[in-house]
Structure formats: C-alpha cells, structure tokens
Design a protein around this ligand. Sequence first.
Ligand SMILES: Nc1ncnc2c1ncn2[C@@H]1O[C@H](COP(=O)(O)OP(=O)(O)OP(=O)(O)O)[C@@H](O)[C@H]1O
Length: 315
Amino acid sequence: MTTTATATTPVVGFDQVSKTYGSVRAVDGLSLALHPGETVALLGPNGAGKSTTLDLLLGLRNADSGTVRVFGTSPREAIVNGRVGAMLQSGGLMDEVTVAELVKLACDLHPKPYKVADVLARASLTQIADRKVNKLSGGQAQRVRFALATAGDSDLIVLDEPTTGMDVSARQAFWATMREQADQGRTVLFATHYLEEADAIADRVLVLHRGRLLADGTAAEIKAKAGARRVSFDLEGEIDEAPLRNLPFLTSITVSKSGSAAGSSQTIRIQSTDADATVHALYGLGVYPRNLEVAGLGLEQAFVAITAAEEARQS
Ligand SMILES: Nc1ncnc2c1ncn2[C@@H]1O[C@H](COP(=O)(O)OP(=O)(O)OP(=O)(O)O)[C@@H](O)[C@H]1O
C-alpha cells in the first residue's frame, strides 16, 4: 500500500463541486473530505446524486464547477497510479471470457496486482472460475465486480451499491473482506440503500439529498440529529384513536389492531420529538399502556425523518 497521503492530504477532496444534466442539478455545491482508514457510507434517496458523486470521484464525469482531488491529484491520475479500486453499480462485464480470464486481465492492468488465485478466493469465485461471465447469476456477477475492484493493492475502494443481488452469506463474506481492507488502513467509500449495512459497517455516514450534503457524522450522530424517538405500547379493548393522535410532540403514529378470542388489542407505534412528554401525556389520558418501550430511531428511520424534513422545508 502506498502511503503518500498525509494527514493533511485528504484521500478524497470535493470543493464546491456541481454537476448538472440539462436542467437536473445532480450534484450541487458539494464539499467534503475523506481521510485515510475511514469506512464511509453514502446514503440518499433515489436520484440524490450518489452515483454521480462516485462518477466524479472516479473521473468518469467532469464537474461543471468546483474541484475534485483524489490523494491530492486528479481522479484520473490517482486511478492510473493504481490507488483506486472501484466497483460500479452495473458496469458491463465482457461477455465471452471466463471469470478467471477477466480477473487476470484486471490484475494485469493494476500497477500493484494481487495473485489471481487470491483475488478469486477472496470474492468466493474459485468454484466458478472457468464459467463464462455472461452465464452468471446477478449475485455472482456482483462478486466478479467486487473481484475486479480488489485485483490490486489500492488505497481507496469505491463501491456503488455493492451487495445488491447478493445472498445473505455472500453479503456477509463481502463485508468481512471490506472490514479487513479498512483494518489495513484503506479508505472504503460505498453507496447503499441498505441502511442496516451502513449502520453496521460505516464509521462515517454521508446523507445526500438533491445533490447536497444533508448530514455527515457517525451513524449514532445521524440518529441523534433526527431528534426523534420511538414509543410503542399495547392497549387492550376498544380505544378512541383521536386523543392518541393529538398527543404532544408526536410526528407519526400507526395503530395496528389484533383481535383474539380474549378480546381486541392494538399496538401503537409513535415517533416523538419529546418522548418523555408524550408518554406523560399518554398516562394523562387515563389509558393503561402495556409493553411500553421507548427507543432511539434506527438509522433507517432517522434517514427517512431527516430527508422528509428537508423535503418539507424545501416545498
Ligand atoms: N446521464 C444522465 N442524464 C441525465 N440525467 C441524469 C443522468 N444521470 C443521472 N441523472 C439524474 O441526476 C440525478 C442524480 O442521479 P444519480 O444517479 O447520481 O442519483 P443516485 O443517488 O445514484 O440515485 P439511485 O439511488 O436511484 O441510484 C437524478 O435526478 C437523475 O435522474
């Protein structure tokens, strides 16, 4: 691994970067810096600009304005120097070659290649090394893309929705390998719609929305930023929902009914910006909540809350 990136040279530096497609502003004045050894998840709703951001970072597209630097150089130079390994969302794989041939080609092209057999093994491809690339399942093709991204010793690994189509064990093996890569000091940047993966894997989460950075922090910080907590409880018998819907600090409520021989009951799930006050008012209604639980938001709920609040602010 090369170590020329110093503490003062970000692995990736975006400075006021914008990219438009016609009238669509895909990336809008984006500034960010990634540092050595970070594992960073890039989240955002469909069309938020994640793929465009990664394309800019990889020099596949040019910014309309602003600068993109990778290890202090242009993206193209960083790639030519073998410092970046990338796995794109649906990059076409050459049709008439075998898995082993394609991986060998990627190794041959890398300035600091690993052994083909090791690359195949790491991506769990040894068993299907002789299969034609166009005969693979979606998950297997995804593992080939992963192998191509890790064909050599790169300092930055960029992954666009890497585990889409992978089964559970392939996904676990994939992230175990990525952890190893990060533990060895590499920077890993991945775009994903699987928020549980971001929560479990990333030590930094970037939330993009309409090409802008809406949140940047640890998963815990993002959850706290959403500023809401979950309250859930069961109520026995028939209930009047109106007072529940009027509880203070409530941002959302769902009531699911469940009937049984013993009578009806309902489970109420609430999001509140002040759970203590909401629960206090709940008891004030004279009801008897059973199985009361108060918990922080999961990353997924926090993400939904943050992006919905931004949508509301902009409309
Ligand atoms: N080649 C293109 N031509 C025109 N518009 C484009 C092009 N690529 C992306 N866009 C638009 O730019 C915006 C950002 O797209 P981008 O693919 O970067 O988002 P994303 O966050 O990766 O989305 P997804 O989660 O759906 O993959 C979207 O509005 C998209 O429709």
